[in-house]
Design a protein around this ligand. Structure first.
Ligand code: IPE
Ligand code: IPE
Ligand code: MG
Length: 255
């Protein structure tokens, strides 16, 4: 993707200022939270919550496609989630592998291009192979870019980008004063996608938990009380309609 091919915030399919009832976000990012609480409330093991959460992912993908969303980025595992028990991390890893193996053909048939950001290399080999296979298979699909954030942390991503630019400067490929918001953007793992227009977090928590920190500078934030395993089409439509009612200004004044 050539340098700066996306404006920093692509906005919506209508004018970025003023929203309007029909405005569909180009890029929706979701912090899928609440699986543990969903399981606990049913006295089930936590993995049951993650399993039900995977069902919500499928509903979310379907609805995104139906509504014309072009990029869907899902926070599936944060850099900090390694602090969880070996059992939970192992169960989640197996679930992800199983899900990819059994659902990738369906996603491919829906025209989904699967991508990964974060540090997937920290996961065990079989999952890495499954991810690689899925990315290769769906590489040329264009209906929806589905990005999984795996072992992802916004701060780590910015540090990695800064390190790359520093290496370029030391090697004489760039000068420090040529570093701009655009060059930093292009050094991020998300360089080839527009910034999220809408960030949804479920489970009632009102924080970003290190998700897309740079990219969400002007995203609309929607926090919902529903736990992720209970998130379905109507919850997604509700978030989209709340988004459509928002007025985005990007620091300017509406016309
Ligand atoms: C989100 O659900 C999924 C991951 C972080 C992998 P949680 O497991 O954080 O659910 P709660 O917050 O404990 O309810
Ligand atoms: C954020 O949820 C990470 C994911 C949804 C993958 P967490 O449950 O890890 O966030 P905190 O710890 O409540 O902030
Ligand atoms: Mg949580």
């Amino acid at each position: 993707m050539p340098l700066g091919s996306f404006p920093r915030s692509e906005g919506t399919v209508s004018s970025p200022i003023g929203g309007g009832a029909s405005a569909v976000p180009v890029h929706v990012a979701v912090i899928m939270d609440g699986n543990g609480r969903w399981a606990r409330a049913r006295r089930l093991p936590v993995i049951a919550g993650h399993r039900q959460g995977a069902e919500s992912v499928q509903k979310c993908v379907r609805t995104a496609i139906q509504q014309g969303v072009r990029y869907l980025t899902l926070y599936a595992f944060s850099s900090e989630n390694w602090r969880r028990s070996t059992k939970e991390v192992g169960d989640l890893t197996s679930l992800l592998r199983f899900y990819l193996r059994h659902k990738i053909n369906e996603l491919h048939g829906q025209g989904v291009r699967l991508r990964v950001i974060g540090e997937p290399e920290r996961f065990e080999g079989p999952l890495r192979e499954e991810l690689h296979r899925a990315e290769t298979l769906t590489l040329h699909n264009t209906t929806l870019t589905l990005t999984l954030a795996l072992s992802y942390g916004g701060r780590a991503e910015i540090v990695q980008a800064a390190r790359r630019l520093a290496e370029d400067a030391v090697a004489g490929r760039i000068t420090p004063d040529s570093i701009t918001e655009n060059t930093l953007h292009d050094a991020l793992q998300t360089a080839d996608m527009p910034d999220p227009d809408l960030v949804i977090r479920t489970s009632g928590e009102c924080r970003l938990s290190n998700f897309l920190l740079w990219q969400s500078a002007y995203a609309e934030l929607i926090f919902m009380d529903v736990l992720w395993p209970d998130f379905g089409e109507s919850e997604f439509l509700d978030a989209l309609s709340r988004f459509a009612g928002r007025q985005r200004r990007f620091g300017g004044r509406p016309a």
